[in-house]
Design a protein around this ligand. Structure first.
Ligand code: 9G3
Length: 566
């Protein structure tokens, strides 16, 4: 491909709304353009990357026994009403009406459609297991679409659904997908980690996330160097602390703390550590006011709290309600004398002589102890894990990394087949619900994550397996006949080898060509300049290294093939 003909409108400056590096670089390098908030066009370079990712995914899904289908984006409301999710998803679902005023959703995911399809056409255990997948656009009306392709309202997903006879069958399908996902992210050339995840709202009992490692990632991962434990912070298990032994338990005291509202205020005012206080957070759990308490320097994990409460909706209580119930505003809440159910984090049970709000504005208690001064409804693991916590498997110190979730696999069990009434007949003619799993890969997000993980101050550095082109051939002077001829000849030779090659034939200064080659991230650059050419040599440069190699023209083919295919 000639650069002069390639449509890659690069930008000097990127819109200020592009907050993260992948969004900035994909815009700047002419890969994507915004059509609407969270909705993007993939220009030729981006679409080449997307197709490479899709093909690797497709090969591994087929190898694992998946069969590719294409389901409708437009999905009738009735199916979602049947599963009960038409109401659940509210404004996040794009809805539309046809001329007969019948409602449809733009598919945010396809459990409803596929469960209905399989129910209609699969009747016997002999037809199972069945693994069906598609690669398609999905639609979710995010409140605040941002981060470019990382959180779009329209995005490309690979979604596979497994249908089995029983839990053992599901285990096998899940294992196949777990393996296939590892193959995929390895083949894509990305550094990633698999972590235990929460299956959350979609139900089911086992779930793993595949995280591309990047400092800018939104997801926090805890992992153990001493054993294999790795989990999303939301899922990571915190184990009970031993109770403090040092120091005597002192009598509880009420103290005047005018204007002191936050953990930091109290730290300064009372000259105590954040780990010598507790914070009290009040929530509305399906309409009931409850309190969650944890050490002052810890973060509440709402997912854990929601799971232990078993409630559908958990939202922060508003201050008016809190005041009506406790008698104080947010800055002076505490568990002592509070008459709502209190859920204490494990760590609180091990603390003594801590400070907390007194449920009276501008007052706090000190020297408080759980059990003596108040009794919680339950003592549970409800905080986020942090680096340094003991590993729940081997007690070694946990470490922390950041990542971008690009794949997520779930055991669903019979959650959808039950509500949709999707059944088959077993050996004995008995009617049973399908045992299901679902497995997603964010294709467009994977492209963004690859950039997030692989760039420098000059631009993108594509991993070879997904690079839009393998090689860019750059004649330094596009008006020099000799250079052009050498460039054309190398271009042809490499193309004949099956490499994907760009030739920068534009009438631009060499500096401009180098800048653009770096920006769009082509793994190998071959520069044809006057000096080297006199000795029948050209420069070969890897995008991820600073050094340039001088290579004889006769050896270029061999050298480049070695770099690209290894
Ligand atoms: C919705 C809306 C948003 C959603 C869902 C449904 C997330 C929804 C979870 C999944 C689970 C799996 C198949 C591939 C693997 C992941 N956001 N989820 O179900 F209606 Cl608006 O999508 N689906």
């Amino acid at each position: 491909m000639r650069s002069s003909e390639l449509f890659y409108p690069t930008l000097r400056e990127v819109p200020s709304e592009a907050e993260i590096i992948s969004h900035q670089l994909l815009l700047r390098a002419g890969f994507i353009r915004k059509a609407s908030g969270g909705v993007y066009t993939y220009l030729p370079l981006a679409y080449r990357v997307i197709k490479k990712i899709e093909n690797i995914v497709r090969e591994e899904m087929d190898r694992a026994g998946g069969q590719e289908v294409l389901m409708p984006i437009m999905q009738p409301a009735e199916l979602w009403q049947k599963s009960g999710r038409w109401e659940v998803y509210g404004d996040e679902m794009f809805r539309l009406q046809d001329r007969h005023k019948r409602y449809f959703a733009l598919g945010p995911t396809h459990e409803e459609i596929i469960t209905t399809l399989v129910d209609g056409d699969v009747h016997s255990y002999r037809d199972l297991p069945l693994l069906l997948y598609q690669i398609q656009n999905k639609y979710r009306d995010e409140i605040r679409p941002r981060f470019g392709l990382m959180r779009g309202r329209e995005f490309i997903m690979k979604d596979l659904y497994s249908f089995d006879i029983d839990d053992e069958g599901l285990d096998v399908s899940y294992q196949k997908m777990y393996h296939a996902y590892n193959q995929i992210f390895t083949r894509l050339g990305l550094k990633y980690r698999v972590v235990e995840a929460d299956s959350g709202a979609i139900g089911g009992n086992e779930s793993h996330e595949f995280m591309v490692l990047a400092d800018s990632g939104e997801a926090e991962i805890v992992y153990c160097d001493n054993c294999d434990y790795a989990a999303n912070v939301e899922k990571a298990v915190c184990i009970a602390e031993k109770a403090e032994t040092k120091g005597d338990l002192l009598p509880m005291e009420k103290i005047h703390t005018p204007g002191q509202r936050t953990i930091q205020d109290l730290t300064d005012f009372l000259k105590i550590g954040k780990d010598e206080q507790i914070k009290t957070l009040m929530y509305d759990a399906d309409g009931e006011l409850i309190a969650a308490i944890l050490r002052g320097d810890r973060e509440l994990n709402e997912i854990k709290l929601k799971n232990v409460l078993g409630c559908n909706e958990l939202v922060m209580a508003d201050e008016e309600n809190v005041r009506r119930s406790s008698g104080a505003g947010f800055g002076s809440l505490g568990p002592v004398g509070m008459d709502v159910k209190i859920y204490a984090d494990l760590e609180v049970a091990a603390m003594k002589n801590f400070a907390c709000g007194a449920n009276e504005d501008d007052y706090h208690f000190k020297n408080v102890k759980l059990g003596r001064d108040f009794v919680p409804e339950a003592i549970l693991d409800i905080r986020n894990a942090v680096a340094g916590d003991p590993c729940p498997l081997c007690q070694a110190e946990l470490k922390m990394l950041r990542g971008i979730e690009v794949g997520h696999i779930f055991k669903l069990g019979t959650k959808y087949s039950d509500v949709m009434g999707a059944t088959f007949r077993d050996q004995n003619g008995q009617s049973l619900p399908f045992v299901m799993g679902c497995y997603g890969i964010g294709i467009s997000r994977t492209m963004a994550a690859a950039v997030e993980q692989n760039s420098d101050e000059n631009g993108i550095i594509w991993p070879i397996p997904i690079a839009p082109y393998h090689v860019i051939v750059v004649p330094v002077n596009s008006n020099n006949e000799e250079q052009i001829q050498a460039a054309n000849s190398i271009y042809k030779i490499l193309e004949q080898e099956g490499l994907e090659v760009l030739i920068d034939d534009r009438d631009e200064r060499a500096g401009v060509k180098f800048k653009d080659a770096d920006l769009i991230g082509i793994p190998v650059r071959i520069t044809i300049g006057p000096k080297a050419l006199q000795e029948n040599k050209v420069e070969v440069k890897k995008r991820w290294e600073k050094e340039v190699e001088l290579v004889e023209i006769d050896k270029v083919r061999e050298r480049v093939l070695d770099i690209i295919w290894g």
